[in-house]
Ligand binder design. Structure first.
Ligand SMILES: Nc1nc2c(ncn2[C@@H]2O[C@H](COP(=O)(O)OP(=O)(O)OP(=O)(O)O)[C@@H](O)[C@H]2O)c(=O)[nH]1
Length: 310
């Protein structure tokens, strides 16, 4: 049966790799370089992950977009984390590319959609359409290029202009291996000031050596997971926003409880509701005029959501 599933579904991994199993809240790069001051998972999140783990296992997903000037090292950073490789030859990204990386956060499966956008001006309009609905915005610059650092605020403005949520924001300096100690320290001070101005967390990494890379991604995953579960618990019926088109709920009904997976598609916001609606016979119009789908199988639910978001 699974042979007919979409390619995106096949990207999902059954289990998180050891270094993507997060049970302790990851620290920032520097405690004075972040607006995110929490030092542990929220109490409500820890409780939810302990008491309702089977219910929560259906779907947890966040979208992260990487942007920044041409050649600053966005693709290299993603490749280092997702595939543990580094290529010193430059190959421009055409339009956008993406990966799905599986984590287990407090033993709850969690997927990070990682969108790599092109820095070249001619692809800007394509890439910009992918900024929408991002839970994490990562603006990348090259530590050896002050010009690329000075463009970070503009990249961020463009991403936030189409993003109506409150994404976690990171400013990441790459190619740390190329920097002398003195030069690095000067750029770091400058970058930390810019990050503070725009409300971002600052990191410096090297995709060549891998220095800082896993810590950065685990930090992103933990912050975003914590926020998404906390928001879910704050809303009455446990609604999770997935992108901006879609609200999903995972709930228990009846006795003994049966787990139901529900998705509401808000119309007219670029979501291909037609194809989703016909993919499951239980699709029906709700009184609010939203499209509602109910699934008993978390795999069908996950696949439909993944095929729709992004
Ligand atoms: N020494 C060193 N070189 C790096 C590092 N990160 C990237 N590079 C090199 O910088 C060049 C550009 O890297 P990419 O990852 O392709 O840059 P990009 O930001 O994805 O570029 P676009 O797709 O054009 O936007 C490549 O030659 C990489 O090998 C690093 O941490 N250290």
């Amino acid at each position: 049966m699974y042979e007919s599933r979409s390619a995106i579904y096949k990207m999902l991994k059954d289990q998180a790799h050891k270094d993507r199993q997060i049970n302790v809240f990851p620290a920032p790069y520097r405690s004075d370089a972040t607006p995110y001051t929490q030092q542990d998972f929220s109490k409500v999140v820890k409780e939810a992950c302990t008491t309702s783990r089977p219910v929560m296992a259906g779907l947890k997903i966040s979208k992260a977009v990487f942007l920044g000037d041409v050649g600053v090292g966005k693709t290299s950073l993603i490749n280092r984390f997702c595939h543990q490789i580094f290529d010193c030859n430059y190959k421009a990204t055409i339009g956008v590319d993406f990966e799905v990386e599986r984590f287990d956060v407090l033993q709850v499966p969690y997927n990070l959609q990682i969108w790599d956008t092109a820095g070249q001006e001619r692809f800007k309009c394509i890439a910009a359409s992918y900024y929408r609905g991002a839970h994490i915005v990562v603006v990348v610059f090259d530590l050896s290029s002050l010009m690329s650092l000075s463009h970070c605020s503009q990249w961020l403005r463009e991403a936030l202009a189409v993003n109506h949520g409150e994404p976690h924001i990171f400013i990441v300096g790459t190619k740390r291996d190329l920097m002398s100690r003195t030069a690095f320290s000067e750029v770091e001070d400058h970058a930390m000031r810019i990050a503070e101005e725009v409300g971002a967390e600052f990191w410096s990494v090297s995709s060549k050596t891998g220095d800082g890379v896993p810590n950065l991604f685990c930090r992103m995953a933990a912050l975003s997971f914590d926020t998404s579960v906390r928001k879910e618990k704050e809303t009455e019926n446990g609604a999770i926003t997935v992108g901006s088109d879609l609200v999903s709920t995972i709930m228990e009904k009846g006795s003994p409880p049966e787990v139901l997976y529900r998705a509401y598609f808000v119309p007219n916001r670029n979501t291909d509701i037609e194809s989703v609606a016909t993919s499951d016979p239980s699709g029906q119009e709700t009184t609010q005029g939203h499209q509602e789908l109910t699934f008993k199988d978390s795999r069908d639910f996950t696949e439909t959501l993944l095929a729709t978001v992004g």
